[in-house]
Write a protein that binds this ligand. Sequence first.
Ligand SMILES: Cc1ncc(COP(=O)(O)O)c(C=O)c1O
Length: 404
Amino acid sequence: MNTFRESFPFFSGNRNELSYFDSAATTHKPQSVIDIEKRFLSEEYATVNRGAYSMSAKASQYVEDVRVDIAKFINSKIPENIIFTQGATSAVNLIAYGVEPQISSNDTILVSILEHHSNFVPWQELCKRTGATFKTVDISKNGTINYEDLEKKLKTHKPKLLAITHVSNLLGSVSDVEKIVSLAKKTNTLVVLDGAQSIPHMTIDVQELDIDFLVFSGHKIYGPSGVGVLYGKTKELSKLKPTNFGGGMISVVSKEQTTFADLPNRLEAGTPPISQIVALGEAIKFVSSIGMEKIKNYEEVLFNKLISSLRELDFIDLYGPINEGKKQQAIVSFNLHSVHPHDVATTLDAKGVMLRAGHHCAMPALKFMSLPGTLRVSLGIYNTESDISNLVDALKYARKIFSK
Ligand SMILES: Cc1ncc(COP(=O)(O)O)c(C=O)c1O
């Protein structure tokens, strides 16, 4: 029995029968996260950084405490390197607009073809605005980053910036970040790591990885939606031009000119998502209290079981690096022979099995792999072996329906 599941009220009563396999899109919330946000909104809610009254000071302290907790969670040197955003998407956009004055038409921006649209389109748009060249790194036919192609493109183009995913939301491919950073360093290329799909499943140590930026979303790590994180090295964050202007990010405003606050406020204009930040702090406490190593080990066992169960079904095609013995975690894409993934997903839904079908915001990768779309199973810590049995039974049922 999975005791983690008991912490999630979604899986109580009849809903315990449901098999939720869409954690890569968004995760359910543990009771403690729901309780904290409810308590804060009911009893302690106040604005931050502005009020002169004690409740506002306390709310401000809560937010700053979460900043400290997140800094510790990813081993950021100082909490000022943590910027609260609305999510991974807004964090990538914050970098892409903020870095713009450093980019000229002679520069190249390199991204992998595996990226979620959120870590692809903002860079494409940056290149359009600046005249810089947009280049992509290839993947193998199973979705592993092609490190030879990466090395070649780094050497040839000496890009200003490389944006790359840690774990692919389409295929679960795990990038070798140490290797990527060591290659990028040779050409002085900034590395933006998309941690949206790695942060809930493994320890991330930003100092050890030596990345320049990391982005992730709160709602994919058992926290609320509407809040995310941009981590950056002090040197790089300081160079980002603020792109949102308003309250909270200024030092002095006059008719003639405005000066901006120091980090992190400089990049956090306006009232932040206060209760969501408080609840994200609780989500970080929740996973930390279990331990990322324990989460990783639990999910690894479950993932291996999932893959071996799917491999036993001779009517599906399985995609992903695992086909070539490479690292893959928590996410797998597949298709039923000659059945559209949307039709399969609808049939599985009727059996209480929830998974995602379609392009998963990764159209360039799908095109590269000549696939129109996939079914995607993604795991969270509440999933169990019995979920996998339900999935297999539902897939067999779908197979029967569609072979008629
Ligand atoms: C790899 C990856 N990057 C970025 C995002 C964007 O996250 P959000 O929509 O929370 O901003 C997602 C969301 O699915 C993702 O999977």
